[in-house]
Design a binder for this molecule. Structure first.
Ligand code: GLA
Length: 739
């Protein structure tokens, strides 16, 4: 339809208005702040006492809707004061606060009472900075609010500044506090362990506090810094969901608390366990960012929103191509780890590279074993020179060969670690995290370098910069294979040593940021023995992540399901490895393994030197099909049609690209029971009026399925699978293309 002049004018006027309209509105009389973005409004205000109080978070309100001034909640008998009953935006611990505080400090004179009141505010391009001040002491807290206009996802963080003449110790600092009114809610969060990450845990919210955390110095496999609270019971497609994800790769904590009056309070930030950050006069501390979002379309709606936000605003963008250049779909990689482990040699890697190129792989990655005296995991970490026995002429011949085969080259590193059996440790035993005179607990015979130390930071920066300068490397898989123990930092006075929890991570981010600047074309993967370091903090620098060392294709279907509640399939690397799988001794077909990995960013990690011609041609065919639809799979809208959780016999996912011109469907039979056929898949997110042609990628559909049908047909009648789609560990995939 042609646009009329007046509709163009109206459009322009609306755009001008949208630009002119500040992201945050402040109603001076009522002292109310309001942020609108996407379909979300977030409202808070200053009550008569001066507290900054949360007032509303949910579906977008009318443009003319006004709030009157925030009202402190009344006292509940003599046991719960208005201060504790009122949902504070950022509660200082003081004045009889019994719920979780956002900030707890100790002043030099022993005073530990902190009551924060509104002081001033400044508008920012996408939101507002609100300054709070203690009622007596010169402690300033600036709360930063920035709302994404497209999704309504709100980025919140705090800067705590000491303007007292004496030092102040911060014992607990959250990035933000979120609040919801009393109702029946369920809580969703992710738990796991090494080789078993990404289990979606769902439970009814009960009175008391649920703590989701890592005390490990890093993000951890055991829990991920994300929560989703759903109104009522968990529902994939319907109902209100409030969610949050913390951008921090150090020890972190999220608390979800149903308080004494049944309201819900959430905090998230640095883990207060063993925490202590001394602020000298004039110093300040920035917390990580805690992102929060709202969807009215269930957990599926929440994760689709988060995926878009990550692609648009969190992940590193293509440098030099401007803001709008979204991350590219990942190259299909080959990684040698499961094929050779540390037994890497020039000839062996070159042979694998030849086979990988035949398959249509885009990037060849050499894993652990190429450096120092690295023959087993007992030695070598810290010595980042090329092993002369394995690569007599350095890495160049292998890299040249990989390039000549039409692939780019990637390499494994584990920069923050050292084996006691290494030149580095012999020279600098003082560089590791340790308490003087105490044992140094080894894990995988390695210790953690104290990256908070300026000399360690300089060393790590130096060898990585040299490696990337001297070699044509497109990609680093940055690994991190243990958690902290004995986290001492004896360069600093005792009272300051706990700063290690913050400075280590700041230096990690600093190094990654600097490397990105100096080597803009180099891409990074965040790996930590699988999915131990996946969070929105590291994802500002990492182009992809390794979700788990467990590559069993059946386990991966569930792990990938859990992973996508928070993270986009764009970053979810998934390798096809050998069968039977080492973890479960389960044998599966190559087709099934390929399809399981094709749900994310595909890679091959098998010993392809042993593959038969048949296996080579199956993989080659499916890699070619994958390349054709990869942008839809990894950057489209993801619908989890049938969940693999709770021992389901089946599972299915569907992705739809942004203009709804293509959709890709994956279906898996885990184990047919009692002859049950695969349920008809009612697809989602298509254009109802458009015609879509169906093409099988693998497997076949029910005989009566039309070759072309409307979006309405596929969504209402649904897609039926072939009667043959039964058995154990079967997979099928289809694409729909708009005619
Ligand atoms: C970790 C990674 C693996 C592999 C090994 C190498 O376990 O997750 O993929 O790189 O280290 O030692």
């Amino acid at each position: 339809m042609m646009k009329t002049f007046s509709s163009i004018f109206l459009l322009c006027a609306a755009q001008i208005l949208a630009i002119a309209q500040p992201a945050a509105q402040f109603d001076k009389d009522a002292k109310v702040f309001r942020l609108d973005g996407g379909n979300v409004s977030y409202v808070f205000g200053v009550n008569a006492k001066g507290d900054l109080q949360q007032m509303y978070w949910g579906g977008k309100l009318g443009a003319g809707d006004r709030f009157s001034q925030a009202q402190q909640r009344p006292e509940w008998a003599s046991f719960d004061s208005p201060y504790t009953n009122t949902p504070q935006e950022y509660a200082g611990w003081g004045a009889g606060l019994f719920v979780e505080p956002a900030l707890k400090v100790t002043f030099a004179d022993g005073n530990r009472d902190l009551v924060l009141h509104y002081e001033s505010h400044t508008e920012t391009p996408h939101g507002v900075d609100v300054v709070l001040k203690d009622i007596k002491r010169y402690i300033l807290v600036t709360l930063h609010y920035s709302m994404d206009p497209a999704t309504g996802i709100l980025a919140r963080s705090a800067t705590i500044e000491n303007r007292e003449p004496q030092p102040v110790t911060i014992e607990q600092a959250a990035a933000a506090g979120w609040a919801l009114p009393p109702a029946h809610y369920s809580l969703n969060y992710l738990t796991g362990r090494w080789a078993g990450e990404w289990t979606l845990t769902q439970e009814t919210l009960h009175p008391g506090e649920r703590v989701i955390e890592s005390r490990r110095g890093t993000t951890g496999h055991q829990a991920n810094p994300w929560f989703a609270i759903q109104s009522g019971d968990p529902d994939e497609n319907h109902g209100e969901v409030w969610f949050g994800a913390l951008a921090w790769s150090g020890s972190w904590r999220i608390t979800v608390e149903q308080d004494q009056l049944d309201a819900v309070r959430v905090t998230g930030g640095f883990n207060p366990f063993d925490f202590g950050y001394v602020l000298h006069p004039g110093q300040s501390l920035d917390t990580p960012v805690f992102y929060g979002g709202y969807s009215a379309y269930g957990l599926g709606g929440a994760s689709r929103m988060l995926h878009h936000f990550e692609l648009a605003h969190v992940l590193p963008h293509r440098l030099g191509e401007g803001e709008a250049a979204a991350p590219k779909p990942r190259p299909v990689i080959y990684n040698s780890w499961e094929a050779t482990e540390m037994n890497v040699t020039e000839a062996g890697q070159e042979a694998l590279a030849e086979k990988a190129a035949e398959l249509g792989v885009d990037r060849f990655v050499m894993d652990d074993g190429w450096f120092g005296q690295r023959k087993t995991d007992h030695a070598g970490l810290g010595d980042w020179y090329v092993n002369q026995e394995k690569f007599p002429q350095g890495l160049k011949p292998l890299i040249d060969k990989v390039h000549a085969l039409g692939m780019d080259f990637g390499l494994w590193v584990e920069p923050e670690m050292v084996n006691p059996d290494s030149d580095l440790y012999r020279k600098h035993p003082e560089w590791v995290l340790n308490f003087a005179g105490r044992p140094r607990s080894e894990e995988r015979t390695q210790l953690v370098l104290n990256l908070a130390r300026p000399d360690v930071r300089a060393y790590v920066m130096g060898f990585l910069d040299k490696l990337l300068t001297e070699n044509d490397i497109a990609f680093l898989k940055w690994d991190y294979n243990r958690n902290w123990s004995e986290p001492g930092w004896d360069q600093l006075p005792p009272a300051e040593q706990k700063k290690v929890y913050v400075e280590f991570i700041r230096n990690l981010y600093g190094i990654l940021g600097e490397l990105k600047k100096r080597h803009p074309k180099v891409e990074f993967e965040s790996c930590s023995g699988g999915g131990g370091r996946v969070d929105l903090g590291i994802l500002q620098y990492a182009d992809e992540v390794w979700p788990s060392d467990n590559t069993d294709p059946f386990d991966r279907i569930s792990q990938q399901d859990g992973f996508t509640y928070v993270y986009t399939p764009q970053i979810m690397m998934a390798w096809v490895t050998d069968s039977p799988h080492w973890a479960n001794k389960r044998a599966t077909s190559l087709e099934y393994r390929m399809l399981s990995s094709m749900q994310g960013s595909l890679g091959i990690g098998a010993n392809i030197s042993k593959w038969t011609d048949q296996e080579m041609s199956t993989a080659k065919r499916l890699i070619a099909s994958y390349h054709q639809v990869q942008p839809t799979i990894v950057q489209g809208d993801l619908y989890r049609l049938i969940s693999p959780r709770n021992g389901s016999e089946f599972s299915a996912t569907q992705t739809v690209n942004h203009d709804k011109s293509q959709s890709v469907i994956f279906a898996f039979v885990h184990s047919t029971q009692e002859g049950r056929g695969f349920p008809r898949l009612k697809l989602m997110g298509l254009d109802p009026a458009a015609e879509y042609a169906l093409t099988p990628i693998e497997g076949s559909v029910a005989k009566d399925t039309p070759a072309v049908a409307s979006g309405s047909w596929w969504m209402n009648h649904g897609l039926g699978m072939s009667e043959e789609f039964r058995g154990d560990f079967q997979g099928a995939a289809f694409r729909l293309d708009k005619k």
